[in-house]
Design a protein around this ligand. Structure first.
Ligand SMILES: [Zn+2]
Ligand SMILES: [Zn+2]
Length: 99
């Protein structure tokens, strides 16, 4: 289960979806360059918490890099997927979507 909300880019006006959950079972990682690579790591597997070793493995596999040449990082800010601007704000009319 996750939570998505929409955001709007202040630079190009594009509306897009972002992962908005503060979900203890999912780690969100993003490309630190283009805003395209959103990677979710499940912290639960087969009904149990993954071990530190499994987590490290996931991190190293997922952070290998984005197709743009950027790095996937858990500390990367949300960026516009079109112009890569960091100047994005939550869409006041966007609905939170729980799935
Ligand atoms: Zn990228
Ligand atoms: Zn933009």
């Amino acid at each position: 289960m996750g939570l998505r909300s929409s955001a709007i880019c202040r630079r190009c006006g594009r509306q897009f979806e972002v992962y908005a959950g503060d979900n203890p079972f999912i780690q969100v990682m993003r490309c630190d360059t283009c805003g395209q690579g959103e990677v979710l790591i499940d912290l639960e597997r087969d009904g149990r918490r993954i071990t530190d070793a499994e987590y490290e493995l996931e991190l190293s596999v997922r952070s290998r890099g984005c197709s743009c040449g950027g790095r996937i990082s858990e500390h990367a800010p949300i960026r516009c997927p079109v112009c890569a601007s960091e100047r994005v704000f939550p869409d006041p009319e966007g609905d939170l979507v729980v799935y």
